[in-house]
Design a protein around this ligand. Structure first.
Ligand code: ASP
Length: 430
C-alpha cells in the first residue's frame, strides 16, 4: 500500500511539470463542466482552499523574487563594458520592448480576450484600479519615498525603481578601482546571487504544487461558468500569437528594411534559435545557438554578439512583454474591470521594467504577470486568481511563442548594433 503510494508520488514528481499543470487544467475543467452540467455546486467550498493555498504561495514569492532578480539583472551590465556598443544595445532593447508592449495591448484591446468570461465580482480591484488615473501621479509614484514601505505594501513600480537604482549602483561598486569598495560590492553581489538562486528554488517548489492548485481553480471557474471559458483560452492564445507575429512583421522586418537587409533572409537565418527557443522555452538555453547563428550565418563580430546576446537573454524580453500586455488585459476583461488610461500607462511601464527582471528560463514570465496585475490594483486573489490560474494552465503553450520572440529580439539587436557600427560582415547576406 505504502509502496504504491510512494510510486504514485514519485511518478507525479518525475512527470514533466508543464504537462502536469496542463493535465490539472484539463481535469479541473472537465470535472467542473460535468458538475455544472449536473447543477451541483456543493464541491466548490471544499476545493476552493486548495486553489487559495496556491494563490497564497504565489503571493509569498512576489517581492523577494522581483528584488533578487531585478538587482541581478541590472547589475549584470558592467559599466566598463557598457561603452558605445552597450549603450546602443540598451537603447535598442528599450525601443523594441516598448513596441512589443504597445502591440500586445493593441491586439488585446481589439480581440478582448477574457471578455466572455464572467468572473466579475472583483469589485475591490475595480475601486483600486479606478483610483490610479492621473498620469503625472503614476509617474511620480514610481519613485518610492521609502523602499521598505513599498516592499511591505507590495507596491510594484516603486520596488522596481529602487531595485534598478540599487542594481546599477552595485554594478558601479563592483567595477570600482578601489579594491576595498570592489570587494564590498562583490559580497553584496554574491548575497543577491544567493538570494536569487534560493528564490528560484522556492519557485520550483511552489510550482510542484501548481497542478493541484490549477486543478482546484479550474474546477471552480468551470463549475461556476460552464464550458464557455474554453473559448476565452483559445482567444487569449490566438491574441498572443497574433501579437508575436506582428512584432516580427512590423518591428523586426521593419528594422531589417531600415538597415538595408532582406527581412525574409533574416527570418530564414534566425530559424534555428527560434526553434530551439520554442522547444526549450528558455532564452538562456538557446544562447549557444543564438551566438552561433549571429556569428556564422549573420556575420556579427564576436566583440558585439558576445556582449549583446547574453545581456539580451537576461534583460531583453520582447515576447514576454507582448504576453504581459495580452494576459493582463485577459484577466482584467475576465474580471469585468475597466482599465483607465493610467492603468494602461502603468502596464506599459511595469512591463518594460519587469522584462529586465524576467529570467531566461521556462515559466519566468508567468511570475512577472503577477507583478503587472499587482501594479494595476488587481492582486492575485478571488477571481483574479482564477483567471491567472487559467493562464498558468496553458503557460507552456504561451511560453514557447514568447521565448521564440525573446531570442529573435536579441539576435536582431546584435545585427542592428553590428550594422550601425559598420562591423557587419555583409558577405554573409545575399
Ligand atoms: N521563458 C522565457 C525565456 O526564457 C521567459 C518567460 O517565461 O517569459 O525567455
Amino acid at each position: 500500500m505504502s509502496d504504491s503510494k510512494s510510486g504514485i508520488l514519485s511518478a507525479y514528481f518525475r512527470a514533466n511539470l508543464a504537462k502536469r499543470i496542463l493535465i490539472g487544467l484539463i481535469l479541473g475543467s472537465i470535472f467542473g463542466i460535468v458538475m455544472a452540467y449536473l447543477g451541483n455546486k456543493t464541491l466548490i467550498p471544499y476545493l476552493q482552499p486548495f486553489g487559495d493555498l496556491f494563490v497564497r504561495l504565489l503571493k509569498m514569492i512576489i517581492v523577494p523574487i522581483i528584488v533578487a532578480s531585478l538587482i541581478m539583472g541590472t547589475s549584470s551590465i558592467s559599466p566598463s563594458k557598457l561603452g558605445r556598443v552597450g549603450g546602443k544595445a540598451v537603447l535598442f532593447y528599450f525601443l523594441t520592448t516598448l513596441a512589443a508592449i504597445v502591440i500586445g495591448l493593441i491586439c488585446a484591446f481589439i480581440f478582448k480576450p477574457g471578455s466572455g468570461l464572467d468572473l466579475s465580482d472583483a469589485s475591490v480591484a475595480v475601486t483600486k484600479a479606478a483610483e490610479q488615473t492621473q498620469i503625472s501621479q503614476i509617474l511620480l509614484n514610481i519613485v518610492p519615498t521609502n523602499p521598505i514601505e513599498s516592499m511591505a505594501k507590495t507596491d510594484i513600480l516603486p520596488i522596481i525603481c529602487f531595485c534598478i537604482f540599487f542594481g546599477i549602483g552595485l554594478a558601479f561598486v563592483r567595477d570600482s578601482e578601489d579594491e576595498r569598495i570592489k570587494a564590498a560590492g562583490e559580497v553584496v553581489y554574491k548575497f543577491f546571487d544567493g538570494v536569487s538562486e534560493i528564490m528560484f528554488l522556492v519557485v520550483k517548489w511552489v510550482m510542484q504544487y501548481a497542478p493541484i492548485g490549477v486543478f482546484a481553480l479550474m474546477f471552480v471557474v468551470f463549475n461556476k461558468s460552464g464550458a464557455g471559458a474554453i473559448t476565452s483560452l483559445l482567444n487569449v492564445t490566438f491574441t498572443l500569437y497574433l501579437g508575436l507575429f506582428l512584432q516580427v512583421v512590423l518591428v523586426y522586418c521593419g528594422i531589417c528594411l531600415l538597415i538595408g537587409l532582406k527581412p525574409l533572409e533574416f527570418l530564414k537565418k534566425v530559424r534555428p534559435p527560434m526553434l530551439m527557443a520554442f522547444v526549450t522555452r528558455s532564452s538562456n538555453a538557446t544562447l549557444p545557438i543564438s551566438m552561433e547563428t549571429a556569428d556564422e550565418d549573420m556575420g556579427v563580430p564576436k566583440g558585439i554578439y558576445s556582449f549583446v546576446l547574453p545581456v539580451g537573454a537576461t534583460v531583453n524580453m520582447n515576447g514576454t512583454t507582448v504576453y504581459l500586455g495580452v494576459c493582463a488585459l485577459f484577466i482584467a476583461n475576465a474580471c469585468g474591470v475597466d482599465l483607465s488610461v493610467g492603468n494602461y500607462v502603468t502596464i506599459v511601464l511595469t512591463s518594460i521594467l519587469a522584462a529586465i527582471g524576467t529570467a531566461g528560463i521556462p515559466g519566468a514570465g508567468a511570475i512577472m504577470l503577477l507583478l503587472i496585475l499587482q501594479s494595476i490594483g488587481l492582486p492575485v486573489e478571488g477571481n483574479v486568481a482564477i483567471a491567472y490560474g487559467m493562464i498558468l494552465g496553458i503557460d507552456a503553450l504561451l511560453d514557447m511563442g514568447r521565448t521564440s520572440m525573446n531570442v529573435t529580439g536579441d539576435v536582431i539587436a546584435s545585427v542592428w548594433v553590428a550594422k550601425t557600427e559598420g562591423e557587419l560582415d555583409e558577405s554573409k547576406w545575399s
